[in-house]
Write a protein that binds this ligand. Structure first.
Ligand code: FCB
Length: 471
């Protein structure tokens, strides 16, 4: 791949053949929770449990994409998008997480894939974007080793049925979030607060990835990867401080290394806090070899960095939080000079540059895709019937500029998928947080492309971004 260049009009060009797409996930958009034989997932159970999701929202209807997928595919085509990342709901394919495939569930995805192909849109399918069949949760979920085996069986069935129509397979989306939010702090389904289960889940998710990758390869599919949420760890203040340097290493291992290192190097990171690592008793002899399968690409989701500074955990100041590294004298910090979205997430495009360059340094030659990047904003339909999401346009513009610079600086970036195509069910936040480049009126299901959709469409068609003011 060649680097980026500036064309005659001053626009920053992406390499030829760069992949442009948009992302969604099954539970966040499909609705139809029991259509055509689908079984319940942990997210059905969780969202229907009082007090778990803001406003009592559930994914029962969401964007109704189960029924409106043709409209959504046409929308993408109208924007010039040639790639779509969506996820397959495991309990549509296997209602109880084991046994024979549910043909009607597979038929839905086959119809979606045919619709995509009819519009010249290539499919990137995620096998697991958090909607575990509830029956598997009832026997331990990812804390149980058997779930990794079941996941490989589901991967094999799905690849056999849909493999001819999918360009790229992603085994798991953000296993770190599954373990941390689902099993450790309980913010996500299944809502456990159990540190032992969380570290077991980490290992079994990774093992499930390895076994599923083998199953996908046996089915003869073309490209296989995994998506991780990667967080740059940045130190503010005294760069020579030993405590901060130590804090940085440990935080990086906790947030990133626990997943990256087994996948890339077949080992858990030495610096990770012991409480987060799976106990040796769970790691069978060949597990790390199974986890370290050759990958065709790595998906990287980027939203926000982690900042550390010197501070007193016993006397936290404004914008300071306890540090997960637990190094004395170190706190996590949300710098005041950076904008925050209405999720409270920091906006820092240079973090995207940093992780792309850094991951390429750690995995030379491995193609990277940004499989998610985007922001929530307070979007509304103005009196002209338009949604002018200037914050999101600026966000995409600055992050794409960072991605282009990363390519120049050696990152092996092959594509970018915006999160998200549609406003959707934002997990524990329900419908309060809008991430779409297309506005969804959840009362009528009307879709309105926002200003960011027009901006992104222009980028995709030109394979270039306009120069940022001042650059
Ligand atoms: C990521 C999830 C995705 C979406 C974004 C905002 O962690 O993968 O489903 O919720 O955050």
């Amino acid at each position: 791949m060649t680097g980026t260049a500036t064309d005659a009009d001053g626009a920053l060009e992406f390499p030829e053949g760069f992949i442009w797409g948009a992302s969604t996930a099954a539970y966040q958009i499909e609705g139809a929770p029991s259509a055509d034989g689908k079984g319940p997932s942990v997210w059905d159970t969780f969202s229907h449990t009082r007090g778990k999701v803001r406003g009592g929202d559930t994914g029962d209807i969401a964007c109704d994409s189960y029924h409106r997928y043709r409209e959504d595919v046409a929308l993408m085509a109208s924007m010039g998008l040639r790639n779509y990342r969506f996820s397959i709901s495991w309990p549509r394919v296997q209602p109880v997480g084991r046994g024979a495939a549910n043909q009607r569930g597979l038929d839905y995805y086959r119809a979606l894939l045919d619709e995509l192909a009819g519009h010249g849109i290539a499919a990137t399918a995620t096998l697991y974007h958090w909607d575990l069949p509830q029956e598997l949760q009832d026997v331990g979920g990812w804390a149980a080793r058997d779930t990794a085996e079941r996941f490989a069986e589901y991967a094999a069935l799905t690849a056999a049925a849909l493999g001819d129509r999918v360009t790229r397979w992603i085994t798991l989306n953000e296993p770190q979030v599954v373990s941390t939010n689902g099993y450790r702090n309980g913010d996500h389904a299944p809502g456990l607060r159990d540190a032992v289960a969380a570290s077991a889940a980490t290992h079994h998710l990774l093992l499930g990835h390895g076994l599923a990758t083998q199953a996908l390869r046996s089915a003869g599919v073309a490209e296989v990867g995994i998506t991780l949420d990667v967080h740059p760890v940045r130190v503010l203040g005294d760069a020579s401080s030993d405590a901060l340097a130590q804090g940085r290493l440990i935080t990086d291992a906790a947030a990133n290394g626990i997943y990256l290192e087994p996948l890339l190097h077949g080992r858990y990171p030495g610096h990770a806090p012991e409480a987060l690592l799976p106990p040796a008793s769970l790691i069978a002899d060949s597990d790390l070899e199974t986890i370290q399968q050759p990958l065709d690409f790595l998906g990287v989701n980027y939203y926000s960095p982690i900042f550390l500074r010197a501070g007193d955990p016993a006397d936290l100041r404004r914008n300071e939080n306890h540090a997960r590294c637990q190094v004395p004298g170190v706190v996590e910090y949300l710098p005041e000079h950076l904008e925050r979205t209405n999720m409270g997430w920091l906006v820092d495009p240079s973090g995207l540059h940093e992780i792309l360059v850094e991951v390429s340094r750690q995995a030379p030659g491995l193609p990277l895709y940004v499989t998610e990047n985007g922001r929530a904003a307070e979007d509304y339909v103005n009196p002209d019937g338009e949604v002018d999401d200037v914050e999101r346009v600026r966000y995409l513009h600055t992050h794409l500029e960072a991605a282009a610079r990363a390519i120049k600086d050696g990152a092996n970036l092959a594509g970018y998928f915006v999160w998200s195509l549609l406003d959707n069910f934002e997990w524990g936040w329900g419908y309060q947080k809008r991430f779409g480049i297309v506005f969804v009126d959840f009362g009528t299901q009307r879709r309105i492309p926002k200003s960011s959709a027009h901006f992104y469409s222009g980028v995709v068609r030109a394979n270039a971004i306009p120069l940022l003011p001042g650059s």
